[in-house]
Design a binder for this molecule. Structure first.
Ligand SMILES: Nc1ncnc2c1ncn2[C@@H]1O[C@H](COP(=O)(O)OP(=O)(O)OP(=O)(O)O)[C@@H](O)[C@H]1O
Ligand SMILES: [Mg+2]
Length: 266
């Protein structure tokens, strides 16, 4: 099924709620190289008085192609920072991050933006919707930028994605005119718009009621299993752990977690 064939989507099937991929690889996980690979990655943020806050120190992290990985850890342990690095929104202080074989740390920012648009869907913890644009426009802007979906199919696809997420009556609403749960669903639709092979989700159910959260989690899981997406999801709730290939605890992968104050002198 091509992504633009939205009329062919089975209505009411949770497994196909967001089933839009046409990139199934059919390979088993063991045979495939990691789609996300972090090597000796450190990330510090500058503080006042010439000090740095070291947030991440990850010697090695591999996310296998087509896997469903959950990352857990307490508030402030660096989960969002980790996703931002993988997405290429920020770059590490040192080390290398490869996504689908591309060294994100070697790309200048405009190329990282293009690469992210084509290869990764990112459901941000803070949604990051464009305030002046409607729900429909927010999804369509993502497609215009990536040019992964044929132009003639973009409008229909955006409407279909938002409708599948229960927002058919909110297409013309701007973010400020939407509830937090509705904004979160627009953010989810936008992340799926370009049918990316890698999905990053930062607390994607934080603002959703239990029933909607369940639908979203099942949809993300089925995207992984049936459409061979690689899903990396940060979440606190235990429901998200069901069926995960690996559950990563920040304290296990991040040597900066648990240091006395995380602050290093420069
Ligand atoms: N731009 C920045 N400048 C300085 N410190 C930062 C910056 N961004 C993040 N931090 C610090 O890095 C640490 C990790 O932040 P991050 O947002 O990655 O945590 P998190 O695990 O996602 O937390 P939460 O569960 O609350 O979302 C925090 O202590 C935060 O204060
Ligand atoms: Mg966070």
């Amino acid at each position: 099924m091509q992504p633009q064939d939205v009329d062919a989507w089975p209505v009411g099937s949770v497994a196909h709620l967001l089933a839009i991929s046409h990139r199934g690889s059919g390979q088993s996980m063991e045979q495939t190289p990691p789609v996300v690979l972090l090597q000796a990655v450190q990330k510090s943020f500058p503080l006042d008085h010439g000090r740095d806050l070291q947030v991440l120190d990850i010697p090695h992290l591999a996310i296998p192609l087509g896997s469903y990985t959950v990352v857990q850890g307490p508030s402030g342990s660096g989960k969002t920072t980790l996703l931002n690095l993988i997405a290429g929104i920020t770059i590490p202080t040192s080390g290398h991050i490869r996504v689908s074989g591309t060294d994100m740390t070697a790309l200048p920012e405009p190329q990282r933006d293009r690469f992210r648009a084509a290869h990764m869907g990112y459901i941000f913890q803070t949604f990051n919707l464009l305030a002046p644009f409607t729900a429909l426009e927010n999804v369509m802007v993502a497609m215009r930028f990536a040019q992964a979906v044929p132009k003639r199919a973009q409008h229909q696809r955006a409407v279909a994605l938002l409708s599948r997420l229960g927002l058919s009556t909110r297409l013309a609403h701007r973010p400020a005119q939407l509830s937090r749960g509705e904004q979160q669903r627009v953010a989810i639709a936008r992340a799926l718009a370009n049918d990316p092979p890698v999905l990053l989700a930062d607390e994607p159910c934080a603002s959703l009621d239990a029933a909607t959260a369940h639908v979203v989690l099942v949809a993300l899981h089925s995207l992984c299993r049936e459409s061979h997406k690689t899903v990396l999801i940060v979440a606190h709730d235990t429901a998200v752990l069901e069926g995960a290939d690996q559950v990563l605890e920040m304290r296990d992968i991040n040597r900066a977690t648990g240091r006395p104050d995380g602050v290093d002198r420069v």
